[in-house]
Design a binder for this molecule. Structure first.
Ligand code: ASP
Length: 322
């Protein structure tokens, strides 16, 4: 039975990753090791993907109670390429829509000897709630929690930045758009802060500006051009309509594009070697122009490739906590 560290539910008493709930509580060395290990799972374009037997005999369940393309596909492939048995629960067919509680769903799967629960849910605190209640042998990986946290996205974004820039500190990183509803922005800025970055610029329309108490060390800008100027990294965000209760304040797509979209002209204000990122799904010509998304500064597809490698590294790390 793994003994947990009482201050940090994520780590075992021996400092191994038991659950991945958010990036807070992980330190610089720990994150560096995860990113280094993710690099080991990358292969040159055109060659066969990395495989390993580290999860042989283990069962990984993907429970996505919100839509997902990249995160879900990459967790599934990561687990399969590490030789796990993988269960993708079809949430529309699951008993949760018949009123079963999330814990009863978890306990049901636990009775079938699921070892790793990969969970995406619109509710704040759900991954931690499951981690506190799940059997001691099991691990919980947060695959996107409300507007709160998306730790594997934060890791893959940092890996992408590190590959392009050779470091994660001393960079100007501008995150632009619907910050208030973005778990991507939260996890990336927390991660960058842990890694020693002190110029994180957030820029958002009025109704989409975040509570800055949730973004220690970051600065809020009103004007996108000012925030983009001389930046090393630009991150565009989608308007997350599914999390916006009062749509009356949402700018029109044309307005959003004009004031906050990553257009060729706006990207030209950043450093000439700046990279352009987007977590997906992209709304072309709203938060990012098609030309920029497909242009030479875009690393959007590299982010996807890195996402799979990071998820393999995270699965491998939780195996070490057993
Ligand atoms: N895919 C990301 C997320 O799950 C970003 C987005 O949905 O806009 O948060």
């Amino acid at each position: 039975m793994t003994k947990l560290n009482s201050d940090n539910l994520q780590l075992s008493a021996a400092g191994k990753l038991k659950h991945l709930l958010n990036l807070e509580g992980l330190d610089k060395n720990f994150i560096t090791r995860l990113l280094d290990n993710a690099e080991n799972y990358l292969r040159p374009k055109g060659s066969l993907p990395a495989r390993d037997y580290g999860l042989q005999g283990q069962t990984v369940a993907n429970l996505f109670f919100e839509p997902s393309t990249r995160t879900r596909a990459s967790f599934e492939l990561a687990a399969k390429r590490m030789s796990a048995d993988v269960l993708n629960l079809d949430v529309n067919m699951s008993s949760r829509i018949k009123g079963e509680s999330i814990l009863d769903t978890i306990f049901t799967l636990q009775a079938m000897q699921v070892d790793v629960f990969v969970v995406r849910d619109a509710g704040d605190g759900i991954p931690e709630f499951i981690a506190r209640n799940v059997g001691t042998h099991a691990s919980v990986l947060n695959a996107g929690e409300a507007s709160t946290s998306h730790p594997t996205q934060g890791l893959l974004d940092m890996l992408t930045i590190r590959q392009a820039k050779g470091r994660l500190d001393g960079l100007s990183v501008t995150i632009i758009g619907d910050i208030a509803h973005s778990r991507v922005a939260r996890s990336l800025s927390h991660g960058l802060r842990i890694m020693g970055n002190n110029d994180i610029r957030l820029v958002a329309p009025g109704g989409m500006a975040p509570d800055m108490a949730l973004y220690p060390g970051a600065s809020l800008y009103e004007d996108a051009d000012t925030a983009v100027k001389d930046a090393d990294v630009l991150v565009a965000l989608r308007i997350q309509r599914e999390r916006i209760e009062d749509p009356s304040g949402i700018p029109t797509e044309a307005e959003y594009n004009q004031r906050y979209g990553l257009t060729t002209d706006r990207v030209a204000l950043a450093k000439p070697d700046a990279i352009v990122m987007h977590p997906g799904p992209m709304n072309r010509d709203v938060e990012i122009s098609g030309k920029v998304a497909d242009g030479p500064q875009s690393v959007v597809r590299q982010q996807v490739t890195n996402g799979l490698a990071v998820r393999m590294a995270v699965l491998s790390a939780v195996m070490e906590s057993r």
